[in-house]
Design a protein around this ligand. Sequence first.
Ligand SMILES: C[S@@+](CC[C@H](N)C(=O)[O-])C[C@H]1O[C@@H](n2cnc3c(N)ncnc32)[C@H](O)[C@@H]1O
Length: 451
Amino acid sequence: MELFCGAGGMSLGLTQAGCDVVAAYDAWPVAVENYNHNLGGNVARVADLTDLLGIVPDLLKLAPDMIAGGPPCQDYSSAGRREEAENARLTLAFALIIATVRPRWFLMENVTTAAKSATWREARTVLKRAGYGLTESKIDASRYGVPQSRRRLFVVGRQGERDGFLASAIAVAAAPTPMTIRDLFGATTPAAVYFPSTSEARRSIWSPDEPAPTIRERSIRPLPDSYKPHPDDAALVANGFIYSRPVRAGRGVRTVDEPFPTITRTAWERPTARYLSSPHPADPVAASETAVLSIPQISRIQGFPVWWEWRATAKRDILQMIANAVPASVAASIGRVILDRESGKTTPAIEGRFVRWLTTTRGRSPQSAWNVKSLAGRARHLLGGRTFAVPALELAALESVEEFWALKKNAQSDLRQALRLLAEYQAEGHLRHQKPRQMTTTDAQPLADAA
Ligand SMILES: C[S@@+](CC[C@H](N)C(=O)[O-])C[C@H]1O[C@@H](n2cnc3c(N)ncnc32)[C@H](O)[C@@H]1O
């Protein structure tokens, strides 16, 4: 279920990840119309989410596994006023709805400045009291499938977990380099892609908006001549430079080999006379020489697919819906991370400092410390990637796993001991110092690889 769904950027991504969005709500009829027109199923409804009594009984009946939402962010955003006002209270409404409906998971998106706000502190307390473990990750969209340097806060909550339980998996889902404008518009993007299947039971035609099947030798074919970029996209790449209206005194001109800055309602506007006469010193060419972005291009930089149709009489409304959205590929990445954890395919990384802690505060030899770390990892695999805020529940859960009882007695006590030590280490607050961007690709390895 999605709250504050807008035109559906986040729902589109979650659907691509494999979630089934059963209901979506937004107070803006234009956004709801665009959502239903493009995503189908009349899933979205117009509703004022400050009216908790009017909405919560319906949500309780739907009993969703997850509630997602990006409450309005103008009152936090660095582009807007800093004082927290009415809009920021909607973050609290989001938290109150979660605490009442109690889905297993929730996902919230907001501007990064929200993390330090008084309202988020209040909302966080509500969510903690309702029993959620929280992962608060600030991510850059250009590492998650769109050519846009858009930094946003994503908070993922799951009932009963330890805080930080998903941080390593979200970090590992990031691409090593940012996506560029050329990556998006320079590549040929056909409406369908042909990957010859290896069996008759499998399809061979794939959409460019889904992950490709496993590439085999016979999948590789020369690119047919008919695969040509759209002329506007080809012109954009040939020009090589784009102007984006700077929010403060920032640089206005970007090359197509960089990501675009954060899309805002006015990002597409042409340079003012003032900017032209006093350009940013780091601009690689004059702003007047840059390519002009079309609405379909802005929409795609924000992760909407080629087939997405915008419906509104005012261009301003279309730009507002685009600027509001969570890029679908970002939501898809996080949705996949959530589904993989839900199905027990990944486990949280155990940070290397645990080993140092074991040697310095518990007097373990380096060999024994590494052994404890690996046993704790094994226990987490047996727990299907779950962590528990309450250590006693963690041990009880371990003892309810059949595979655990198949082990020898001393192996069982080693696993219990390793989990206890890990819980003590975490209780001392070491997780707070974790830096997700420094994780390596082995941190959230699939269970099969790690076993
Ligand atoms: C940041 S946008 C969400 C965009 C959406 N997550 C997406 O990916 O497209 C916030 C949305 O909250 C909606 N909104 C504002 N006040 C609301 C209220 N009181 N009740 C319901 N929705 C509201 C706005 O209309 C806007 O579409």
